[in-house]
Each structure stands twice: as C-alpha cells, then as structure tokens.
Design a protein around this ligand. Structure first.
Ligand code: CA
Length: 238
C-alpha cells in the first residue's frame, strides 16, 4: 500500500473542489476530484491506485451524496466517508450516518477541522482494517451486532439507531481506555466537548439494557466517576 493516502473529493462547486485539492495536496495527500456521483462511483470502483477516503458533498447534480454513500456501502465498501453539507439540520446529519457516512461536516468549515477529521478517519480505518476487513458482525457480551442492519441478535432482536451504532462503534474502536465525556460529545455527537448534556449517559443506559446481563451492575459499559466511560469488551473472569 502506498504511504501517501489517496483521497477522492466529490464536489460540484469548482472553486471549493480546487481549494480542497490545493489544501489536501499541501498536507501531502494525493487527491482526485470529480463533480458528480456517477463519476465518483466510477473512480471508487477502480482497482489500481485505490481511494482510501472520500470527501463527499451532499448536494450534487443528479445523484445526491446520500445515494452515492448508500450505493458504496451496498457494494460492501467500508472506505471512510466524510460528508460535507451546507445543511446543518440534525435530520440530515442522522440520515447521513444512516446511509453509512463516518463523519458529517457543515459548510462553511474551518480547514484545520477538516484536516483533523480526515486524519482521524484514516487512522481509525487503517487500524480497524487490520483486524477485520470484511466482518459485518461483532459479538458484544454474546450479543451479535450487525453493522449493516444495526440489528442486535437478528431480526427479532433490537434495532439500534444510527447514533447508538456510532457510539457503540466508538467504544469498539477504543476498548479498555477511559474515554472522557467531552471526547464522546465531540467524536460521536460532533458537539462542543464543553456543552452540558446528559445525552451520553442516557445512551449508555440504553446500551447497558441491550448488552449487559444485569444493567444495574454493568461489566462492559462502565461509568468512571469524574473521568468518563470505559468499554470492556471481554468476558470478565469469575
Ligand atoms: Ca454541491
């Protein structure tokens, strides 16, 4: 694999596409730009010089960014997708995650923010890909989680939402480590780490209900007082 990540920018506004290419190349990435979804899927299907990350505009002529992302995931690709949108509505964001986007950034954005997210995604993908390139299910305390359907324990089981799935994914990617609440707010909710909210606590209560043998005595989704949360994937020794 090349040491210089190859990024595809899908953006129909030429000045923005140009600016993205310029800045990403300045950071040492190799960049291909296309202006619509069909061309994007074409480039993503090529075997030689494969793309390692997609920066995908939502509003495109013809096929929307949602459709591009959905089609990409239907092909079985797990390539990181960072969606760009001029729309900041939470419905759009949730729909973006629903079709399999990994990150969602609203225009106008600050360049350092975009670069930080691209680097984080590449890092996460490269470390995750080494473990399970094609695995679409994972077992959490004996419960099967399907990453394609967001179902736990099959069709008769529990349906996770996009955000619950995102939180779970974050825990799975950061096992054993104490994760501060602010980090979850930033990485999963994409909010300022300093906002006052009980959202992470509520989501963790829900994950406990689904995955813990005894939700009132959790062994996997732990709250560490005054520090944050810790996910323990293994079966505790008895
Ligand atoms: Ca556009």
């Amino acid at each position: 694999m090349s040491t210089t990540p190859h990024i595809l920018v899908v953006e129909d506004e030429e000045h923005l596409a140009f600016g993205l290419r310029f800045n990403l190349e300045a950071e040492g990435f190799r960049v291909t730009t296309v202006g619509d979804g069909l061309a994007a899927l074409d480039v993503l299907g090529q075997a030689d010089d494969p793309i390692e990350l997609v920066v995908l505009d939502l509003m495109l002529p013809g096929m929307s960014g949602y459709e591009v992302c959905e089609k990409l995931r239907q092909r079985g690709s797990s390539i990181p997708v960072l969606m760009l949108s001029a729309r900041s509505l939470s419905e759009d964001r949730i729909r973006g995650f629903g079709v399999g986007a990994d990150q969602y950034l609203c225009k106008p954005f600050e360049l350092p923010e975009l670069l930080a997210r691209i680097k984080a995604l590449l890092h996460r993908f490269q470390s995750g890909a080494a473990q399970s390139p094609t695995e679409s299910t994972v077992s959490v305390n004996g419960h099967e989680v399907d990453f394609d359907t967001y179902l736990v324990d099959g069709p008769e089981g529990t349906q996770l939402t996009a955000l619950e799935m995102k939180l779970l994914r974050y825990f799975l990617n950061h096992p054993e480590r104490v994760i501060p609440k602010g980090e979850l707010l930033k990485e999963v909710w994409e909010q300022s780490p300093n906002i006052q909210t009980r959202a992470p606590d509520q989501f963790i209560l829900r994950l406990r209900k689904i995955f813990e043998d005894d939700p009132s005595h959790p062994k996997h989704f732990l709250t560490i007082r005054d520090a944050g949360y810790r996910f323990v994937p293994g079966t505790p020794s008895t």
